[in-house]
Design a protein around this ligand. Structure first.
Ligand code: FRU
Length: 469
């Protein structure tokens, strides 16, 4: 029913004026033309295009009526909105098209796998994993005639609750899928990542392979949006546990279908960042997308994606995250300051400011106890969004990430993106904190500060960022 797309897209268009008029809406983070978005879905690089699909409610600026929106880009930063890719097949008793992934099958055919949620009144019970088949351009999608592709019965009597968000990965010539869920067991249950293996090239027949990962927190409600990606010579499992996104790096044994964890951490310390997805591009980079959430309601839009992050495995075994270098294309005018010593106090950067900025700063503490950067600073300094390091921890507007400075060079390297109501912080190439903030519109200043001692500001550069929309 192409009619469904026309109706949904009309509704989005009708809300666009209101969304565009909102001065708090991000201008260089990816987002739909209007209305609600949550998880990035089915991220893939195919035939020279980056594709992002996303959980989308075309009919409102709150969660509901889950469709898959679609956009594509040549360069990871400028996006072209495409027709809606998936919408619920009401005639089949489907209420929502939940999150999932895009894979290319053995014959080169694009396939979306997603979680199909039934209507309350329909005959179906519980979630199933469905497929849709795409054309070469990944624009037109038809639901697979053989749906469901995976159903709960395949677990042989074991009940999996909140079973959702398929993610497909390849190891050698084999194709696997992970799904999140919860097993009802003693002690209130167990949040798990389950693994499946394709039995055919067309990815139509799957076999259950067991529990790949069990969460240590037995009180956890469930695991959402698992991604399992090879980064460097390790596998990294990332998922969303109804709180900050976690990563676990380790070894995947495809024969035993098991995962041995060696290191763990948080992808982003903040609850404003959730439901990630990854793609590998033509350069073999693993690029991460996430959903920036927690915006105020009732504005004709809600939700955007985090900047594309290039993942790496660092020598210390930690997950490295850097903004994709393509984001530099959006740099406008800039100011750069030479090395500056700052005693106890504030250095307000004269004539520098804005609400769409990129800031790169390197600060080496001398005897300061705490230090950092403040953006969206009010002229009198009474207000601002502080990014503050103290005693092995970085605090971004009240959310803390552990961050020990290197013994040798002791330097705090902040890469900060201010985009209206979003502040996305990369620290020392590994810790990220994304925040949704609502400063006063006139609060646009930038300052470096040092408390109870001095610092050396080794370098600082500030760019205006050019809107992509
Ligand atoms: C995560 C999530 C997924 C689900 C989707 C529904 O934000 O809850 O688990 O598939 O959103 O929109």
């Amino acid at each position: 029913m192409r009619f469904e797309i026309a109706k949904a897209m009309d509704s989005v268009r009708a809300a666009a004026g209101r969304a565009e008029a909102d001065p708090t809406r991000p201008v260089y983070h990816f987002r739909p033309p209007a209305q609600w978005m949550n998880d990035p879905n089915g991220t893939i690089f195919h035939n020279g295009w980056y594709h992002v699909f996303y959980q989308h409610n075309p009919y409102g600026d709150a969660w509901g009526h889950m469709h898959w929106g679609h956009a594509r880009s040549r360069d990871l930063v400028h996006w072209e909105h495409m027709p809606m890719a998936l919408w619920p097949s009401r005639e089949e008793g489907e209420a929502h098209c939940f999150s999932g992934c895009t894979a290319i099958d053995g014959g080169g055919r694009p396939v979306i796998f997603y979680t199909s949620i039934p209507t309350a009144e329909g005959p179906r019970q519980g979630a199933e994993q469905w497929a849709a088949v795409g054309d070469d351009e990944l624009v037109v999608w038809e639901k697979h005639a053989g749906n469901p592709i995976l159903s709960g019965e395949m677990h042989g009597g074991m009940e999996v609750l909140e079973w959702r968000d398929p993610f497909v990965f390849r190891e050698g010539s084999r194709t696997f899928m992970v799904l999140g869920g919860k097993l009802e067991e003693r002690d209130g249950g167990e949040a798990v990542v389950l693994v499946y293996e394709a039995e055919d090239e067309g990815l139509e027949r799957w076999r259950y392979g067991g529990v790949l990962f069990r969460h240590a927190d037995k009180g956890l409600r469930s695991i959402e949006c698992p991604n399992f990606a090879k980064v460097g010579d390790r596998y990294v499992l990332m998922f969303s546990p109804y709180g900050p996104v976690e990563w676990y790096a380790g070894e995947f044994d495809a024969d035993a279908v098991s995962f041995r964890v060696e290191e763990r951490g948080r992808v982003d310390a903040s609850g404003n960042y959730y439901a990630t997805n990854v793609l590998y591009d033509g350069e073999g980079r693993c690029v991460l997308f996430g959903w920036v959430k927690g915006f105020e309601g009732g504005r004709g839009w809600n939700g955007c994606a985090g900047l594309p992050r290039v993942l790496s495995l660092r020598r210390d075994g930690r997950l490295g995250q850097e903004p994709a270098p393509e984001v530099e294309k959006l740099r406008g005018g800039s100011v750069r300051f030479p090395e500056t010593e700052l005693g106890n106090g504030e250095w307000v950067m004269d004539g520098v400011g804005g609400d769409t900025l990129e800031i790169a700063v390197e600060i080496e503490p001398q005897d300061a106890r705490a230090f950092g950067l403040r953006v969206r600073r009010s002229a009198d300094g009474a207000r601002g969004v502080a990014i503050r390091w103290e005693a092995g921890s970085l605090d971004v507007a009240g959310v803390k990430a552990p961050l020990e400075l290197d013994e040798q060079d002791k330097t705090l390297r902040l890469h900060v993106f201010v985009d209206k109501s979003v502040v996305e912080v990369f620290a020392n190439g590994r810790e990220c904190v994304t925040r949704v903030v609502y400063p006063e519109p006139q609060d646009l200043g930038v300052e470096v500060f040092a408390e109870d001692g001095g610092v050396v500001v080794k370098s600082v550069e500030v760019w205006e960022v050019v809107p992509i929309w």
